[in-house]
Design a binder for this molecule. Structure first.
Ligand SMILES: *[C@@H]1O[C@H](CO)[C@@H](O)[C@H](O)[C@H]1NC(C)=O
Ligand SMILES: *[C@@H]1O[C@H](CO)[C@@H](O)[C@H](O)[C@H]1NC(C)=O
Ligand SMILES: *[C@@H]1O[C@H](CO)[C@@H](O)[C@H](O)[C@H]1NC(C)=O
Ligand SMILES: *[C@@H]1O[C@H](CO)[C@@H](O)[C@H](O)[C@H]1NC(C)=O
Ligand SMILES: *[C@@H]1O[C@H](CO)[C@@H](O)[C@H](O)[C@H]1NC(C)=O
Ligand SMILES: *[C@@H]1O[C@H](CO)[C@@H](O)[C@H](O)[C@H]1NC(C)=O
Ligand SMILES: *[C@@H]1O[C@H](CO)[C@@H](O)[C@H](O)[C@H]1NC(C)=O
Ligand SMILES: *[C@@H]1O[C@H](CO)[C@@H](O)[C@H](O)[C@H]1NC(C)=O
Ligand SMILES: *[C@@H]1O[C@H](CO)[C@@H](O)[C@H](O)[C@H]1NC(C)=O
Ligand SMILES: *[C@@H]1O[C@H](CO)[C@@H](O)[C@H](O)[C@H]1NC(C)=O
Ligand SMILES: *[C@@H]1O[C@H](CO)[C@@H](O)[C@H](O)[C@H]1NC(C)=O
Ligand SMILES: *[C@@H]1O[C@H](CO)[C@@H](O)[C@H](O)[C@H]1NC(C)=O
Length: 385
């Protein structure tokens, strides 16, 4: 065998790593709670966004920063709101091969959502919102890792939305955070036709619950999660259940995800505006879900050849990255790297645009490019030999 060929075989053998699993039938997780028996749910589709490594959110086709205005009357606050795309900006990690360390703008890396501080001269507070591009998100497990703000006078939220009466919210009011008493509530809400009628007051009927978090959400990053399955919505923080809701307000339609921080001075909810810029950071969103689109469903039917094949289903790992209060610049607690199927070999066959849009060059892309270059270089060397 000529040395060039054996060298090629060597390179090839080295590069083709056998797939551990290809998850072609979907992603699975045991879901349940005290009021809902645990069973394994499977989801066919995935969107994972690693905002620590995504360089420029404006190029990311999975997400759309929002630009619109809400009048004081519509928002029922003394101020209007000016949703401004530049209030959502990327602060990617300085060293792309790292999972700890500062962002290029300093501070913790991730996507920054800012509510401008001070009284707005035009009566409109500049606020921040970003929506998922896909609106076909039905049953699913939806997760966001975030660092909230202590600057009083804003509402930060991670939510799933179809319309004003089919909506699942995790809302954090910075005015409710009391550091000296270690009190950090989260407001868990299902909007319903009743709450819409009552002026978005979801109190009563089991569709609104305030839970004190067991940690300070303004230090380090914590994972907020909503599991939305037929008849039940389970809310979690750092993998622990906060509440389960099983009323008729549990949505039935497909929706999209929203990350936001806003303030309109309403003294029943957001308070504010904050006296200084209020900044929250989101370091990832992971969505495992079933699509309402027939084309995605038939793609799944083609892709999933045999549900009994090893690796046909992949288990969604639980949150496992404790945040370390003493080292808040560690993005993942004690540097346990968050798991992304998208960063593994062949675990996202025929999934969506992640790693394909220009905004989403990540550490693993960089590594892959290095391997490719190494391969090209080795090939040149082999030919020379
Ligand atoms: C990746 O998954 C596809 C679809 O299941 C399979 O056909 C292919 O052989 C896998 N590729 C590798 C390199 O394992
Ligand atoms: C709904 O949850 C309550 C507890 O909050 C439980 O007692 C009840 O059995 C549940 N109903 C259904 C239909 O799951
Ligand atoms: C869910 O699936 C896992 C892995 O196949 C299995 O170990 C576990 O027992 C299942 N759980 C339930 C509640 O069926
Ligand atoms: C998601 O879709 C797959 C494929 O149709 C199905 O097997 C699974 O049960 C669905 N999951 C839920 C929660 O309905
Ligand atoms: C992000 O991309 C947009 C569109 O190409 C560009 O205008 C902007 O300057 C970029 N931002 C950064 C920080 O590179
Ligand atoms: C929102 O902010 C932009 C940029 O500063 C400005 O051009 C626009 O007039 C503002 N809209 C409102 C309703 O205040
Ligand atoms: C990257 O991580 C290594 C240790 O894992 C650390 O020594 C280095 O300082 C980090 N780089 C930056 C820019 O933080
Ligand atoms: C939301 O959609 C549902 C289902 O289509 C509909 O019944 C309900 O009236 C809608 N709610 C609002 C506030 O438009
Ligand atoms: C904190 O707790 C103490 C003792 O229970 C109480 O006196 C104080 O009012 C609380 N502080 C706030 C800001 O609620
Ligand atoms: C949350 O903590 C505050 C202050 O310690 C307390 O007053 C309140 O009752 C707690 N709320 C819940 C739902 O436990
Ligand atoms: C991926 O999707 C394309 C186009 O929908 C289809 O032709 C192909 O068979 C799919 N691949 C797998 C592994 O399902
Ligand atoms: C990370 O933190 C967890 C919980 O605090 C601890 O059990 C584990 O040993 C730590 N791992 C490392 C590598 O420091």
């Amino acid at each position: 065998m000529p040395p060039a060929v054996s060298m090629l075989l060597f390179i090839f053998g080295f590069l083709v790593v056998p797939a551990v699993a290809d998850c072609e039938c979907g992603y699975t997780a045991p879901i349940g709670s005290a009021s809902m028996p645990v069973s394994n749910f499977t989801f066919t589709d995935i969107i994972e966004s690693d905002f620590v490594h995504i360089k420029n959110i404006s190029l990311d086709t999975d997400w759309k920063r929002q630009s619109f205005a809400v009048t004081p009357a519509a928002g029922r606050g003394p101020y209007g709101m000016n949703y401004t795309v530049n209030n959502v900006i990327s602060n990617p990690i300085l060293d792309v091969n790292n999972w700890t360390g500062p962002g290029i703008l300093g501070g913790d890396p991730g996507l920054q959502f800012t509510v401008d501080g001070g009284i707005p001269t035009d009566g409109y507070v500049k606020v921040a919102q970003m929506d998922s591009s896909r609106t076909d998100l039905l049953w699913g497990s939806y997760r966001a890792s975030m660092q909230l703000t202590l600057t009083a006078g804003t509402c930060s939220a991670f939510f799933w939305y179809f319309n004003d009466s089919q909506e699942i919210d995790m809302e954090f009011l910075s005015s409710q955070f009391i550091v000296e008493n270690n009190t950090f509530p989260v407001n868990l809400v299902l909007q319903s036709p009743q709450s819409v009628q009552a002026g978005f007051n979801a109190v009563g009927a089991g569709n609104y619950k305030v839970v004190n978090l067991s940690f300070n959400p303004t230090i380090g990053f914590h994972e907020y999660r909503v599991d939305f399955v037929p008849g039940n919505v389970i809310f979690y923080a750092d993998g622990s259940e906060l509440a389960t809701m099983n009323t008729t307000a549990v949505p039935t339609q497909p929706g999209h995800l929203i990350l936001t921080q806003w303030s309109n001075g309403n003294d029943l909810w957001s308070f504010g505006p904050p006296t200084e810029d209020a900044l929250i950071v989101v370091d990832y969103v992971k969505a495992y879900f079933n699509s309402s689109l027939t084309e995605r469903q038939s793609d799944w039917a083609t892709r999933c050849r045999d549900t009994t094949l090893p690796g046909a289903f992949c288990t969604i790992p639980d949150w496992n990255t404790p945040s370390s209060p003493s080292t808040p610049t560690l993005i993942s607690g004690n540097s346990t790297q968050p798991f992304f199927f998208s960063d593994q070999n062949n675990m996202t066959v025929n999934q969506t645009v992640y790693h394909k849009s220009k905004g989403t060059t990540t550490a693993s892309d960089a590594v892959q490019q290095t391997v490719m270059m190494l391969a090209a270089l080795s090939f040149v060397i082999a030919v020379v030999l």
